[in-house]
Design a protein around this ligand. Structure first.
Ligand SMILES: Cc1cc2nc3c(=O)[nH]c(=O)nc-3n(C[C@H](O)[C@H](O)[C@H](O)COP(=O)(O)OP(=O)(O)OC[C@H]3O[C@@H](n4cnc5c(N)ncnc54)[C@H](O)[C@@H]3O)c2cc1C
Length: 413
């Protein structure tokens, strides 16, 4: 069937971006702003639903070059974690240096897509890409409605199940421990109830999110506050996710009983996200960004900051390749991603391995956070992106070795 679709020989675009999530929209906008001819294609019509807790750290708003105030739901001053034994630990830095926000992904992603269009990118919604080709002279993108579009470069921003990576043999299906699986319910409870449940414990005009450890073996259950909705979810590394649904149902019931709520369920969905960086993120004239490249924090499950940042770096690398007519310039994308994003993700992966190794480790580390204010600050800084993961890991290790050497050693036994 594909053979009947003509392969065009002249490039209509400098770059085609497949996928209009945060990674793709950012790449498309930045490339268009640099004067490139950009086509962005997404299979969905926007605004489209995306299962997500919707927490964005401050860094995301600083990376974006436009105002996102209109789509922010709640200001976040920190988080509260619960250890496997149920101990409550409030991680809210006193100096309020960790503000983040929550968003609804349909609104947030729609804004980013509009900003890509506004910058000059041609945007095609409701158009599924079925396969791509990358050859010596350019790339061809085939769509479900039998179009064949030609460009000099390609950005694969089509998420964990991306067709770009699969078509080009860069995709192994994210098997085993390389992905997380999540369940999310959007539960409407009303604005006041959201504040009653999630309001900052010190009375500051902000909210916190909740992370519960121990219900699932490698991951957590969560409550994230939106304007009048709670995102109630659970994620677990997929190779350990056998009891995820049962664990989630039990936790959901307990949560609703504890707070005396009977939420109106707006949506319920399951989705995967990568927790390992893809082996190869550049090939020929193609780069992979965001989830398609596996750029998600394995400790927190956070991917939006890395999606946006990789989109920016990809646009710069493509612009350089266009300017010099040299596809080899795309390797600067991989180099910069390694430096700016992947080093951090590697630390997050090692922290995840240690923390989620056993219920005992989760309890030991939770206890450490409970008893030590500085450790609480450090974990809040890691989750809020206030300090690099590398720095947090170093300081945390030193602190624990100095103040609780036996507990520190027990983490490895
Ligand atoms: C339940 C859950 C909760 C999460 N919570 C958070 C959180 O609170 N904070 C955080 O930072 N991260 C969170 N993440 C991770 C975050 O959602 C992702 O890292 C982020 O969406 C990655 O952005 P992206 O642009 O790479 O991909 P996506 O947002 O997945 O966008 C990919 C786009 O590609 C399009 N597409 C796919 N295939 C095709 C095709 N064949 N043709 C055309 N278009 C196609 C899709 O329609 C989609 O719009 C969560 C993930 C899950 C699953």
């Amino acid at each position: 069937m594909h053979a009947e679709v003509p392969t065009l020989t002249t490039s209509e675009y400098d770059v085609i971006v497949v996928g209009g999530g945060p990674a793709g929209s950012t790449a498309a906008r930045r490339a268009a702003l640099m004067g490139l001819r950009v086509m962005l294609i997404d299979k969905s019509e926007f605004p489209r639903y995306k299962p997500c807790a919707g927490a964005i750290r401050n860094a995301v708003t600083s990376l974006l070059d436009f105002d996102v105030t209109g789509v922010l739901h709640r200001k976040i001053s920190g988080f509260t974690m619960f250890s496997p034994s149920g101990q409550r630990i409030d991680c809210v830095p006193e100096d309020r240096s960790m503000p983040g926000y929550t968003v609804m992904r349909d609104e947030f992603d729609h804004l980013l897509l509009k900003k890509a269009r506004e910058a000059g990118a041609e945007v095609r919604e409701g158009c599924k890409v079925t396969r791509v080709l990358d050859d010596a002279t350019g790339v061809t993108v085939y769509t479900q409605d039998d179009m064949a579009l030609r460009a000099d470069y390609l950005v694969g921003a089509d998420g964990i199940n991306g067709v770009v990576a699969r078509s080009l043999g860069l995709y192994d299906g994210w098997h085993g421990d390389s992905a997380g699986v999540a369940i999310e319910v959007e539960a409407r409870v009303g604005e006041k109830t959201v504040r009653d449940i999630c309001g900052d414990p010190t009375g500051y005009d902000a909210d916190v999110f909740f992370l519960y450890f121990g219900d699932v073996p490698h991951g957590y259950t969560w409550c994230f506050p939106k304007r009048d909705v709670l995102s109630l979810g659970a994620w677990c590394r997929q190779d350990r996710a056998k009891g995820l649904r049962t664990a989630y149902n039990g936790w959901y019931q307990r949560f609703c009983e504890e707070y005396g709520i009977e939420p109106q369920v707006l949506s319920e969905s399951a989705a995967r996200f990568p927790v390992k960086v893809a082996d190869k993120i550049v090939q020929g004239r193609t780069v992979l960004v965001g989830d398609a490249a596996g750029l998600v924090d394995a400790f927190t499950g956070e991917g939006i900051p890395h999606a946006v940042q990789s989109g920016i770096i990809a646009a710069e690398a493509v612009a350089e390749a266009v300017e010099t007519s040299d596809p080899r310039r795309l390797t600067t994308y991989a180099d910069r991603c390694k430096r700016v994003i992947m080093k951090e993700l590697a630390v997050a992966e090692s922290m995840a391995k240690l923390f989620y190794r056993s219920s005992k480790n989760m309890e030991t580390l939770s206890n450490f956070f409970y008893e030590d204010e500085y450790a609480r600050f450090l974990i809040a800084a890691a989750v809020g992106g206030l300090m690099s993961q590398k720095e947090v890991k170093r300081k945390m290790t030193l602190r624990m070795l100095r103040t609780r050497p036996r507990a520190a050693v027990s983490l490895y036994l």
